[in-house]
Design a protein around this ligand. Structure first.
Ligand SMILES: [Zn+2]
Length: 239
C-alpha cells in the first residue's frame, strides 16, 4: 500500500463511507467520496478509479491541491477528482465531500423546481441547493468535471451552501467530516424522493422555514455518531 499523509482513522472512515454509500444506493459503480488529509490539509484522499463497493484501504490515493496524484503513483484516478480539489480550495472548513448521481435528485437539476427541506433529516438543505449548469462554463461539454476550471465553476455555484445540484448529472455535498458528508448524501437523496412524492398530493407543500432548518440542522449535527456507527456496522459487518 502506498504511503498516504492521513491518519489510519481517516483512511478507515473513507473505506467505510464508500461501502455505506454503495449500500444505500447513493453511489453505484459511479460517484466518489473524499476527505481532506488530517496530516497535510492542502491534500486530500480518495480511491483510485473503482466502484465504491469494492474500495479498500490499499485503493486510496493522496492527491495534491491541484487534484494530481503524488509523484510515482501511476494508478488511474477518477476523472472528476477536480470536483473535490477545487471545493477544498474554495472552502477551507470543508473536510469531506461526496459526489453522486443519485436518482431522485436528478429531476431537481433538470427543472425549475427547487430542492427544499421537506423534513428535519433534510434540514441542512435550508441554505439552498443551487443548480450548476455546465453549459454556462463550457458549451461543448460531456457533463463531466474533467479539469480545474470546471471544478472552480462548480465550487463557485456551491457558494456557501451544503449541496450543489448538477444539471443532467448529479449532486455534490460537503461536510465537516466524513460522517457528515455521508449523512448529507443519504438524506439529500431521501429528501428529494419525498419531495417528489409530495408533489402528487394536495399542495402547497409546507417546507421547513429557514429558522427551523437552521435549528434542526444544528440538532442533527449533535447525533451524527448514531447513524454513523450503525451504517459502518451494516456496511462492514464488524466494529
Ligand atoms: Zn459525476
Amino acid at each position: 500500500m502506498k504511503k498516504i499523509s492521513a491518519s489510519r482513522a481517516l483512511i478507515d472512515d473513507l473505506v467505510a463511507a464508500s461501502r455505506i454509500l454503495a449500500q444505500h444506493e447513493v453511489l453505484d459503480a459511479y460517484g466518489h467520496v473524499s476527505a481532506r488529509s488530517d496530516k497535510k490539509p492542502d491534500h486530500f484522499v480518495m480511491s483510485r478509479s473503482l466502484a465504491p463497493a469494492l474500495v479498500s484501504a490499499a485503493d486510496l490515493m493522496e492527491l495534491d491541491a491541484d487534484s494530481e496524484p503524488m509523484p510515482g503513483d501511476k494508478r488511474k484516478g477518477f476523472i472528476e477528482r477536480y470536483i473535490h480539489g477545487e471545493i477544498y480550495r474554495a472552502r477551507p472548513e470543508v473536510m469531506a465531500i461526496v459526489h453522486s448521481h443519485s436518482a431522485s435528485v436528478i429531476p431537481f437539476g433538470a427543472t425549475r423546481t427547487k430542492l427544499r427541506p421537506i423534513y428535519h433529516m433534510g434540514s441542512f438543505l435550508w441554505s439552498g441547493a443551487p443548480v450548476f449548469d455546465i453549459r454556462k462554463t463550457k458549451p461543448d461539454n460531456d457533463l463531466l468535471i474533467r479539469d480545474r476550471p470546471l471544478g472552480q465553476a462548480l465550487a463557485s455555484s456551491l457558494g456557501k451552501c451544503n449541496c450543489v445540484l448538477m444539471r443532467g448529472h448529479g449532486m455534490t455535498v460537503i461536510g465537516d467530516g466524513v460522517p457528515e458528508a455521508v449523512f448529507r448524501a443519504i438524506y439529500t437523496e431521501m429528501n428529494a424522493r419525498m419531495q417528489l412524492q409530495a408533489t402528487q398530493l394536495e399542495g402547497p407543500i409546507e417546507f421547513l422555514s429557514d429558522e427551523e432548518g437552521r435549528r434542526s440542522a444544528a440538532a442533527n449535527r449533535g447525533t451524527l455518531e448514531r447513524p454513523w456507527e450503525l451504517w459502518k456496522k451494516q456496511a462492514l459487518g464488524r466494529k
